[in-house]
Design a protein around this ligand. Structure first.
Ligand code: NAD
Length: 493
């Protein structure tokens, strides 16, 4: 391996913008007070651009633009089919630019380029899916024979506030923008401050697709400034938030005086449970992918692996060997499987957990920075075995390429261990016993369970967590429900 400093190998995409601005009422604008914040690239940790730092006044302007577009503009009044056409055009444009999007996302976030490409395609699919869904949407009608007909008049709510995290930022923004726009709302998006680059592409894409002016507004900035201004704005009746559980708690409290609609997709510490009767090779491949793909910066990462005692030693040995083979490298290298963590602050958090893990478990793979990759936020895939359930690396979300493995004996013990954290986002179960698989899946405290399966999404299914992992489920018609009001209209016959 090379010993060249990481920043010498930095791949800077051509034609980067010179600054990142807000987009309000159809115009790219600076913050009213001129404030900016620095954005780093995670390979060199050097500032490569300044982004406008939105404050309350900027959010006020964005909400006013969105409110005007909602009150007077065509978007909420268009037929679902007409809105759907615009959304399909958005999907077409995203698909046609997937390579460029992936290049920018990978540069800004440190995600491996091949995985960033997959996320760009998923972003297109999110728009396509909700474009189709609103056209197929039908609402309930109830007849009381001879007396009444009662029907549901579904309407968009108004200005939707969308607050998103830095992991797979473009895709997660699309997961909110798709249903919010499909249902006829207007929006203000506040993307994560670590990764504002890909979000700055939406305005051009939407203009080209024919989205009317003022429907989409974007304010960059810090969570406590721009994010909070959106959460506490009286003209924003609903907030869709994805991020950390403790931020979710804060937003819940700050939104309470305004009685807003809230959808919260929060953190996780999801278990992967491997029984002795499982297809071990498949379970190892999937659990390697489950925690090391997307740099481990994935809400549904299977970051605790519970393994039945009979196969425990073999599993740990094979798993550690495979983790050592995962290729850490420059995000723009197509061979890279784990890139650079998003930001030095996050890198410091992840590496502090690795140091802690040395006393809480038995280090069997990784534990440091790969040779030749010093200088950026690179971490080797790290595996701790024999981790006790009260260990912090078992309990707390690390959000990096770090996994804890713990043995169990019985089904009851596995279930108790699986449920022994405050989180409840996802779970993965590996067994060839069909009855056990279903019983276990149904008893586990998780919003989503994958049986003998990788984390593969079906956009029609509920997406969300229980316990500290979230509030409300989106996905399919649930997203439509969140972004609309269902008014009951009664007619006496
Ligand atoms: P974060 O909570 O730090 O920030 C998320 C967003 O909230 C950012 O845009 C931030 O600026 C904003 N924010 C911060 N404080 C705010 C405040 N007081 N008011 C309003 N907005 C505020 O999360 P992160 O570090 O960007 O993202 C990682 C976290 O997101 C992890 O916990 C991960 O599990 C979670 N996540 C969950 C899902 C899911 O679907 N459940 C998906 C992806 C990520």
């Amino acid at each position: 391996p090379s010993t060249a400093p990481a920043y010498d190998r930095r791949h800077v995409p051509a034609d980067l913008p010179t600054k990142i601005q807000h987009y309000i009422g159809g115009r790219h604008v600076d913050s009213l007070d001129g404030g900016t914040f620095d954005v780093l690239d995670p390979v060199s940790n050097e500032t490569y651009i300044a982004a406008s730092a939105g404050k309350k006044a900027d959010v006020d302007a964005a909400v006013a633009a969105a409110r005007a577009a909602f009150a007077e503009g065509p978007w909420p009044r268009m037929l679902p089919r007409e809105r759907s056409r615009v959304l399909h055009r958005i999907a077409d444009i995203v698909e046609s630019r997937d390579a460029r999007l992936a290049e920018l996302e990978s540069f800004d976030s440190g995600l491996p380029i091949t995985q960033a490409l997959g996320q760009a395609r998923r972003a297109a699919e999110n728009f396509r899916f909700f474009a189709d869904l609103v056209v197929a949407q039908s609402d309930d009608t109830f007849k009381v024979p001879g007396r009444q007909i009662n029907y549901v008049n579904r309407k968009p709510i108004g200005v939707a506030g969308l607050i998103t995290p830095w992991n797979t930022p473009f895709m997660l923004e699309s997961w909110k923008l798709g249903p919010a726009l499909a249902t006829g709302n207007t929006v203000v998006l506040k993307p994560a401050e670590f990764t504002p680059l890909s979000a700055s592409l939406w305005a051009g894409i939407f203009e080209e697709a024919g989205l009317p002016e003022g429907v989409f507004n974007l304010v960059h900035g810090l969570g406590e400034d721009a994010g909070d201004a959106l959460v506490t704005h009286p003209d924003v009746p609903l907030i869709s938030f994805t991020g950390e559980s403790r931020t979710g708690q804060l937003i819940f409290a700050n939104a309470a005086p305004h009685l807003k609609g809230l959808s919260m997709e929060l953190g996780g510490k999801s278990p992967a449970v491997v029984f002795a009767d499982a297809d071990l090779a498949a379970a190892i491949d999937a659990t390697i992918f489950g925690v090391f793909s997307l740099n481990g910066e994935r809400c549904t990462a299977g970051s605790r692996i519970l393994v039945q005692r009979e196969v425990y030693d073999e599993f740990v040995e094979r798993y550690a060997a495979q983790a050592e083979r995962v290729k850490v490298g420059y995000p723009h290298d197509p061979a890279t499987e784990v890139g650079a963590l998003v930001h030095p602050e996050h890198y410091a958090k992840v590496t502090s957990y690795i140091e802690l893990g040395r006393s809480e478990g038995r280090l069997v793979a990784g534990g440091g920075t790969p040779d030749g990759l010093e200088g950026g936020n690179f971490v080797s895939p790290t595996v701790f075995a024999d981790v006790a359930p009260d260990a912090r690396i078992f309990q707390e979300e690390i959000f990096g390429p770090v996994v804890a493995i713990t043995p169990f004996d019985t089904d009851e013990e596995a279930l108790a261990l699986a449920n022994a954290t405050k989180y409840g986002l996802a779970a993965y179960v590996w067994t060839n016993d069909l009855t056990r698989a279903h019983n276990f899946a149904q008893a586990i405290e998780a919003g989503m369970v994958w049986l003998n399966s990788n984390n593969v999404r079906d956009l029609r299914t509920p997406f969300g967590g229980v316990k500290a992992s979230g509030l409300g489920h989106e996905g399919g018609y649930r997203s439509i429900d969140f972004y609309t009001d269902q008014q009951a209209v009664h007619i006496t016959l």
